[in-house]
Design a protein around this ligand. Structure first.
Ligand code: TTP
Ligand code: MG
Length: 359
């Protein structure tokens, strides 16, 4: 019998400028053009931008008005989610030819564990090359692959060489590589955490490595243990094919800033209905309700409430949303956007039990 390999072989695959690439594929007039997917109106937001548009500094989540200022010839098109889902499904079918250990992270991204793969290809790089080639042949779209021996490094690797890239981080190089990496590049370190780290003098993996596990947990809570491990290139998280989503959410921008309570409640009812429907579709139940409020000046506030029973129905969720709108106080400034999220999700097990998922 073959000796099991010392290291796992993990691939992270991420489609390039996903929504924009599908639009450029389906509408030749968008090819080689600066294109944004999203609403181009005054209060629209860029969902993603073609690589041609990114040269102007345009990126996801940028208000459309700013994007147009940066690039006056920028074209806008509305998203066609059904087409993106078709591609996402095609790509997942390709993955399944290599391994069942596929963990989708979003519509265009997944981890694959190819340590043992259905084609018995020993090199993970070869698997990734084949998958990229098949994605191109079957969807006419490009993807970028990152390859390493754990999820953390595979994800970092795929971000290093986009678009249409393939980057390998070898076990022998991993420790030195993480030392040079800026902490802002670590998955799980957002802007707020990066700033907190900077205040502590932590800028790179090497800086992070100087801290004890205890001290990191003291400063950052539970996730401090994860930071301690990844600073040493250690990440034993498995590729989990049936992972349940941790949260569902929806949000909507008003066409004009709003201060009226009835209008806010009307909007929140609509959004809550969408969120509840999504939870039902995934057969999940949540315990934490979060209300997101973005004010006219772009200040964002989130208010959350965790309850002790599992929530799924509109009748259960909406009163909490309404409560959060008034607690600690009803918005004192005009509101631009409202969002509702439900997290702390659990999936109803097939045997009817409520499975407690790893949160
Ligand atoms: P990403 O993979 O983050 O971005 P991308 O595929 O457009 O570009 P990249 O080449 O850098 O991977 O997200 C996938 C899709 O998800 C993206 O095409 C549009 C959508 N999306 C949003 O709708 N809003 C967002 O804020 C982000 C980040 C993505
Ligand atoms: Mg992508």
């Amino acid at each position: 019998m073959n000796k099991p390999p010392n290291h796992r072989k993990i691939i992270h695959i991420d489609m390039d400028a996903f929504y924009a690439s599908v639009e450029q594929r389906d509408y030749p007039e968008y090819r080689n053009k600066a294109l944004a997917v999203g609403w181009g109106g005054d209060r629209g937001v860029v969902m993603t931008a073609s690589y041609e548009a990114r040269k102007y500094g345009i990126h996801s989540a940028m208000p459309s008005s700013i994007a147009k200022r940066k690039c006056p010839e920028l074209l806008f098109t509305l998203p066609r989610f059904d087409s993106y889902k078709v591609v996402s499904h095609q790509v997942r079918q390709i993955f399944k030819d290599y391994t069942n250990l596929v963990e989708p992270l979003s519509i265009d991204e997944a981890f694959l564990d190819v340590t043992l793969n259905k084609k018995d290809i020993p090199s993970a790089t070869h698997v990734a090359e084949e998958i990229k080639q098949r994605i191109l042949e079957e969807t006419q779209l490009t993807a970028t692959a990152g390859i390493s021996f754990n999820k953390f490094l595979a994800k970092i690797a795929s971000g290093m060489n986009k678009p249409n890239g393939l980057t390998v981080i070898h076990p022998k190089d991993a420790v030195a590589f993480v030392e040079t990496l800026s902490v802002g590049k670590f998955h799980g370190v957002g802007k707020v955490t990066a700033k907190k780290m900077a205040n502590l003098g932590i800028y790179t993996g090497l800086d992070l490595k100087q801290w004890s596990k205890k001290a990191l947990i003291q400063h950052f809570g539970k996730v401090g243990g994860y930071f301690y491990r990844i600073a040493r290139a250690i990440d034993n998280r498995l590729v989990e094919p049936n992972r349940v989503r941790k949260s569902v959410s929806a949000e909507d921008t008003f066409s004009e800033d709003v201060q009226d309570r009835e209008m806010m409640l009307k909007q929140l009812k609509k959004i809550t209905e969408i969120v509840v429907k999504r939870m039902k579709n995934t057969r999940s139940f949540g315990k934490t309700v979060t209300l997101k409020i973005k004010y006219h000046d772009f200040q964002v506030q989130t208010r959350s409430k965790t309850v002790y029973h599992l929530l799924q129905s509109y009748e259960q969720v909406f009163p909490i949303v309404e409560f959060l709108l008034h607690q600690p106080e009803f918005p004192t400034k005009a509101v631009r956007l409202l969002g509702v999220g439900i997290s702390n999700l659990k999936e109803k097990g097939e045997d009817g039990l409520q499975l407690v998922m790893d949160l």
